[in-house]
Design a protein around this ligand. Structure first.
Ligand SMILES: [Zn+2]
Length: 199
């Protein structure tokens, strides 16, 4: 399984392309990006799915372009629907074309692997992390020695604290963490060194 990270837009949101031979899954395409499209075409990737860790605009803004070009299934957390549907919270200007609204502990299959969704609210009401093998894509919940912002509408610092505690219980220390912003880390490192939530 190969993972490549693109840092997109003014907020440098991480968009990941996970591939297995030419089958691929995209996580959080936050902005329309020529760089991402070029990579897909150059490697002749078959995009099977897009997964959105949460509904904020800097994580969902590139979904429609990729879906229109490559016809893939889009998964997104139901509890963050307000950011992606018809609502004053939607800053994209159109409804994000989500096919499957997901919930805690649901799974889906892509690239021959089973991906599991865990709800980790706090940064947003519907924030999730996505687990596969020994890897967790942590969205804007857990960062390298930091955590997601909780000073924005519908966020809650007490709730994100509990969500990160849950992550520390769910995942082994050697689980790799690929966050929504900044560089990768692992659960063991964050348990020891995260200044906001220790394990
Ligand atoms: Zn966010």
């Amino acid at each position: 399984m190969e993972i490549i990270r693109f840092q997109l837009g003014s907020l440098r949101s991480n968009c990941y392309i996970i591939s297995e031979e030419n089958r691929a899954l995209i996580i959080d395409p936050g902005y329309e990006s020529d760089e991402v499209l070029k990579y897909i075409k150059k490697n002749e990737l078959k995009i099977e799915a897009i997964y959105l860790t949460h509904g904020h605009p800097d994580h969902v803004g590139g979904v429609k372009q990729i879906k229109d070009l490559f016809e893939c299934v889009v998964y997104a957390p139901h509890k963050d629907r307000i950011w992606m549907g018809k609502s004053s919270y939607n800053q994209i200007g159109y409804e994000i074309p989500v096919d499957v609204w997901v919930h805690d502990l649901e799974t889906f299959e892509a690239l021959g692997h089973v991906f599991t969704i865990y709800e980790t609210p706090g940064h947003s009401e519907g924030s999730t992390v996505l687990h596969v093998n020994n890897i967790v894509f942590s969205g804007d919940t857990l960062f390298f020695q930091s955590i997601g912002r909780t000073d924005i509408p519908l966020s809650d610092p007490q709730v994100i604290y509990q969500s990160i505690k849950r992550m520390y219980q769910l995942f082994d220390e050697d689980t790799l963490v690929y966050p929504g912003h900044g560089k990768p880390t692992d659960i063991g490192h964050e348990k020891k060194f995260n200044p906001f939530v220790r394990g």
